[in-house]
Design a protein. Structure first.
Length: 190
């Protein structure tokens, strides 16, 4: 009889420990998600003013040149500073070397497009999960008015020429306002 009681108590302890562990994991995931959102905000908050300044000082062609250098640099610096792998990805990448989505990212981007089609605002679309002991976070990147100059349906010929110079394999055109053109993709080993 005592063995049964000990077994039941042991099972209860394991069950309680498991529920506490699950709560801790949820808290950790929430903290990781908050950290990832902060990194995304830093990325966008660093790049966007540089692009606006480049447009004002040298036009759209200058902004393309700045973006081609600054976006990868910002991603690299944020990766070094935070311990996360930080990048931008798209189903229609401008820079195939750094923005091509892997299989996981492609699936999430397709989910993002579906969620938007179903009425969800791109500004709120995000995804987070733990896969193979790695926390993965993606945040949709919607097309803003300023983006249409280089990613829209009516890009000026001189701008297209500059895009081709910096991005010979570009397919990141034809977007409309508010459409999802890609995502910030962050990963962190646990």
């Amino acid at each position: 009889m005592n063995k049964k009681i000990i077994s039941i108590i042991t099972l209860l302890h394991i069950s309680i420990a498991s529920s506490v562990l699950s709560a801790d994991e949820a808290t950790d995931t929430s903290a990781l998600k908050a950290e990832a959102i902060s990194i995304v905000q830093t990325f966008g908050g660093t790049l966007k003013p540089k692009l606006k300044a480049a447009i004002q000082s040298g036009g759209l062609e200058h902004a393309i040149e700045i973006c081609s250098a600054e976006a990868p640099r910002i991603a690299s610096e944020l990766s070094e500073q935070t311990g996360w792998n930080v990048k931008r990805v798209s189903l229609k990448p401008r820079n195939r070397n750094s923005a091509s989505a892997n299989t996981f990212e492609q699936a999430i981007l397709e989910q993002f497009n579906k969620r938007q089609t179903e009425g969800e605002s791109p500004a709120t679309i995000a995804h987070a999960e733990v896969v193979d002991n790695q926390f993965r976070f993606m945040k949709a990147q919607p097309v803003e008015a300023i983006c249409l100059n280089c990613h829209g349906q009516a890009v000026l010929p001189e701008v297209q020429k500059t895009i081709k110079r910096f991005y010979p394999d570009d397919v990141a055109l034809g977007y409309s306002l508010g459409q999802i053109r890609g995502a910030f993709s962050l990963t962190k080993d646990l």
